[in-house]
Design a protein around this ligand. Structure first.
Ligand SMILES: Nc1ncnc2c1ncn2[C@@H]1O[C@H](COP(=O)(O)OP(=O)(O)OP(=O)(O)O)[C@@H](O)[C@H]1O
Length: 604
């Protein structure tokens, strides 16, 4: 493959509008979302087309129609002043929605701007903004609204503006928390380093993250504002000269015994609109959560299909290579998503580990190395499954084995060394018992024999006082010691294959080197095959015979380590080398396996 064969990812704008269209489709497919959208659209259309839907004047009193019942002249009847209820309801929708929109807009403006600035810059602005938000939240809203009415007069607009200020902490807290969560992300740092100004970073990188929560919060706040505005009018604290749902409720309440039906229309409008807004917000949040990973997975797998769909580059093996102990072929692994989507994380991996060989699986973070390793052990986390491919271990396809059959293989014939030694030892049991138990079960030997073997293994993995460590609890040993214990455990049942998932990542540098030495020595003495997952070419050069380079769920290049170091052919492999080697070029010819240290130095 040449550089020119790399197809650029779809541009962000096109991707964004496709994602929005996809989200809209999902919302419409969701029963609750669809019902909420229908109600809201009808309410908005009613408000916009009020003059077309009724010719009656909402404020015109008619002494001949006092409390007129439902009939041709008044489709929803007339109120105590003879005003047409349908006209008041439709025009009232305009005022009620506009009042709620005003409150929401003011709350969102103050809250979002303050949240972005406080979250991004922190320091004194954050102190003041957080203090102000706490103060506003502590104020009793209804008392403030009453005071505002007394000072500013009975204006619905003023009341809603004041209410908007009181609601602004709801946006402030949401945005502040979100911004603090992303302000130290690497991509934000990268933008800073690239010289992008603060305003652009906030506008492009940070606002994008908080946009969806803001929309959800706005829908919620609008529902609350409609209810509060109606409540104020109902209490007679609003502007009685304009038709609003709250004023209608107030009028109807005074004639509750003569014409109870008058209460139904404004109550239904308030309840339906508020509930529709809240349900819309909830459904939007749920769908965004689902789309978050699923949507990205789709884009990723499309990109993967076009960019890395070509077969892996395979370097020829040296003559006389041993027979394979493990052959993974076209492995596809993924996770089922709630919407029925399948997020593919391993996209057709094939790799072969030969008997007695150390095989490195290298790639950047998230390339699917761990998922591949866990698939071989059939230990994928919940929701994960092998969708296609075979995993043939010593002639047996592990992908089709039952759990019972796998239990006979795991720990006995294939063992595992994890990344985090401490969290993989049970703190409630002594190290000795954690080593003895598996041997008793797997090898069918006595406890005394298992103890003897455990002590000799502890000595073999370089633990200075095996007896003491044997009776220690995990918290009593260091991370390096714990990893040695786990390595002892991994080889205790004489497996054919050890899968080591970044076994040195959690350890400090000197201990890393010792652990690599230990693995090399054990591999040589026991003849065990090792599949080692790593993102470090130094480890590959130090330890491995063959290596597979992984990117975005695929193997892009594989072969003997010396060949691959001498002649990396895939652009991605070369870019990995360029990233670790000074001056971007490999250093001369590489040594034979006996000289692996030379290679290691070059790689570091
Ligand atoms: N439980 C999960 N549900 C959904 N996707 C997951 C899950 N676990 C991992 N993934 C995804 O699988 C992909 C591959 O992850 P994997 O852990 O195999 O990467 P890796 O190459 O081992 O990276 P690292 O070196 O960081 O461990 C990632 O995109 C990750 O987001």
């Amino acid at each position: 493959m040449t550089e020119s064969a790399i197809v650029p990812l779809p541009d962000a704008a096109a991707e964004g509008s496709a994602a929005r269209a996809h989200l809209m489709r999902r919302l419409l497919r969701n029963g609750t979302g669809l019902a909420a959208i229908i109600v809201l659209v009808l309410v908005v259309l009613g408000a916009i087309f009020a003059p077309l839907l009724t010719h009656a004047d909402p404020n015109k009193a008619d002494l001949n129609s006092l409390l007129a019942p439902i009939g041709p002249g008044h489709p929803l009847g007339a109120d105590a002043a003879g005003r047409d209820v349908l006209a008041r309801l439709l025009y009232g929708t305009r005022f009620s929605l506009a009042g709620a929109l005003l409150a929401t807009a003011i709350a969102a403006f103050i809250g979002v701007v303050a949240g972005l600035i406080a979250g991004y810059y922190q320091r004194w602005f954050e102190s003041i903004a957080s203090w102000a938000a706490s103060l506003l939240m502590a104020l009793p809203a209804i008392v403030i609204l009453l005071a505002a009415r007394a000072v500013l007069g009975p204006s619905m607009w003023m009341s809603m503006a004041v209410f908007g200020v009181l609601l602004s902490p709801a946006f402030y807290r949401l945005v502040y928390t979100a911004v603090v969560g992303v302000r130290n992300e690497l991509y934000v740092d990268a933008a800073r380093v690239a010289g992008v100004g603060d305003a652009s970073i906030i506008g492009r990188h940070i606002l994008a993250v908080v946009r969806a929560p803001i929309i959800i919060q706005a829908a919620m706040v609008m529902g609350i504002s409609i209810a509060i505005e109606a409540g104020l009018d109902f209490l007679g604290l609003g502007d009685s000269s304009i038709p609003t749902w709250g004023n209608m409720l107030n009028d109807a309440f005074s004639k509750m015994y003569q014409a109870p039906v008058l209460l139904i229309w404004p109550s239904a409008a308030i309840a339906l609109t508020s509930v529709a807004l809240v349900l819309f917000a909830n459904t939007l949040r749920d769908e965004l959560e689902r789309a978050g990973s699923g949507g990205r997975a789709k884009v990723q797998s499309t990109a993967t299909g076009t960019v890395f769909g070509e077969p892996a580059i395979v370097h020829a093996d040296e003559p006389g290579s041993a027979a394979p102990i493990l052959a993974v072929h076209d492995l596809v692994v993924g996770y089922d998503r709630p919407g029925g989507e399948f997020k593919q994380v391993v996209n057709g991996v094939s790799l072969t580990v030969r008997r007695g060989e150390v095989h490195g699986l290298i790639g950047e973070s998230g390339s699917g190395k761990t998922q591949t390793a866990w698939s071989i052990l059939r230990l994928l986390p919940e929701g994960g499954r092998i969708a296609a491919g075979t995993i043939v271990f010593d002639g047996v396809d592990l992908s089709t084995q039952s759990e019972k059959q796998l239990c006979r293989i795991r720990g006995r014939r294939i063992s595992y060394i994890p990344q985090e030694p401490m969290s993989n030892l049970d703190p409630s049991f002594t190290i000795g018992s954690q080593l003895v138990e598996p041997m008793v079960v797997a090898l069918g030997i006595s406890r005394a024999e298992a103890k003897r073997r455990a002590l000799s293994l502890l000595a073999r993995v370089g633990i200075p006082s095996p007896e003491r460590t044997f009776s220690s609890y995990p918290h009593e040993v260091s991370g390096g010691m714990a990893q040695r214990v786990l390595i002892a455990g991994a080889v205790s049942c004489e497996p054919d294959l050890v899968i080591a998932d970044e076994p040195t990542t959690a350890l400090d540098v000197t201990v890393q080197a010792e652990i690599l030495d230990l693995l090399r020595g054990l591999q040589r003495d026991l003849g065990v095959s090792i599949l080692i997952v790593t993102h470090n070419f130094g480890v590959v050069a130090d330890l491995c015979d063959r290596v597979s380079v992984m990117r975005e769920g695929r193997i892009v290049e594989s072969g003997p380590v010396r060949e691959l170091f001498r002649d990396p052919r895939h652009p991605y492999t070369r870019s990995l080398f360029d990233a670790i080697l000074e001056d971007g070029a490999a250093r001369g010819a590489l040594a034979h396996s006996s000289d692996r240290h030379t290679v290691k130095e070059g790689a570091r």
